[in-house]
Design a protein around this ligand. Structure first.
Ligand code: XMP
Length: 318
């Protein structure tokens, strides 16, 4: 019979069988729920033969680097931080097509892990926090059509030098991942953190990604998160964020004309992240968020709210 405890026990056993006593694993840790639960599970199975590498791809939220480092300082894990922002910005320059962006980010992640593995010496496996919806939406879950390439799905490029992948959560849905995390003793603040996609703000900036646009979307998103939290909605909304459109419009600023970007805010309610409904936020909160974003964030003169369900829209905006 299937229970969380059985699942953990089975996975630990499976990992121990796959990863031989003299072998080591490198895990791409983002600080999100999926990779953190993967870290806890692997650490239970193989202890210090696991090294967790946190790559900053320059597409993280405001303050996120510090928050993730601070969280994992408290765990008994071999944890390494790598700032690869400039490599990612360089690779993404001039690229506008969403699938192409995802592929570039995914490829660069693996290359960064490879480089770190070389510095660490012998690493046999690469571990990732892939979960079932990632597999389904990448068109690998049976009859499903390909919607988009999750950065972590589709296997390893050949000749990258790892013996294989370890993905213990590959058949779990998000709510099961959370239950696993709680059973493994991870803090609630981490387990109930809202999801943040692996390609990060790279898929919340429509069109070309630049360091300047990242800063705009980080600042707008920070305001949104602050207001949602202050209003007490953070636990009720499954996922909420600001995205940057590729659209500029005319506005007025002081006595002059402005020609600046439009930000979109999205807030959805969902159980399994396969379907979602827009969250009914009060008008007063939406207008407060919009006022603050245009006041406080340079180069933004309009804020829209996305009322679309999934399907037909996705939760992310790319
Ligand atoms: P979509 O946009 O497909 O998102 O409706 C469903 C859920 O998946 C997250 N998401 C990702 N997570 N890597 C991830 O780890 C990805 O490439 C990715 N794309 C989307 C999204 O944030 C939402 O929670």
């Amino acid at each position: 019979n299937w229970t969380m405890e059985n699942f953990i026990e089975d996975k630990v056993k499976e990992i121990k069988e796959k990863v031989k006593p003299d072998e080591r694993v490198l895990l791409g840790l983002s600080g999100g729920v999926d990779s953190s639960v993967t870290a806890a599970l692997l650490s239970k199975a193989i202890g210090k033969r696991l090294t967790c590498v946190f790559v900053n791809h320059g597409l993280l939220r405001k303050n996120e680097v510090k928050e993730v480092i601070d969280t994992f300082k408290n765990f008994d894990l071999d944890f390494k931080y790598v700032d690869a922002s400039n490599d990612f910005y360089k690779a993404l320059a001039g690229v506008t097509e969403p699938e192409e962006k995802r592929k570039i980010i995914g490829k660069l992640f693996v290359e960064t892990f490879r480089k770190e593995a070389d510095k660490l010496g012998k690493i046999d496996y690469l571990a990732q926090g892939t979960i079932y919806p990632d597999v389904v939406e990448s068109g690998l879950g049976g009859n499903s059509a390909k919607i988009k390439s999750h950065h972590n799905v589709g296997g390893l490029p050949k000749d990258i030098g790892f013996k294989g992948l370890v993905e213990p959560l590959r058949y779990l849905f998000k709510d099961e991942v959370r239950r696993t995390g709680l059973s493994l003793g991870l803090p609630e603040s981490l387990v109930f953190r809202q999801p943040f996609p692996g390609p990060g703000l790279g898929i919340r900036i429509i069109g070309e990604v630049t360091a300047e646009k990242v800063k705009i979307v980080q600042d707008a998103d920070y305001i949104l998160r602050e207001e949602i939290k202050n209003a007490g909605y953070d636990k009720q909304i499954s996922q909420y964020y600001a995205a940057l459109t590729n659209m500029k419009t005319v506005g007025v600023q002081g006595d002059g004309r402005s020609y600046d970007y439009a930000v979109v805010i999205r807030a959805v309610k969902t159980i399994d992240f396969m379907t979602a409904k827009p969250f009914d936020l009060p008008y007063s909160i939406l207008t407060r968020i919009a006022d603050r974003i245009v006041d406080e964030v340079d180069h933004v003169s309009r804020v829209f709210f996305d009322y679309t369900s999934k399907p037909p829209a996705t939760i992310e905006m790319e």
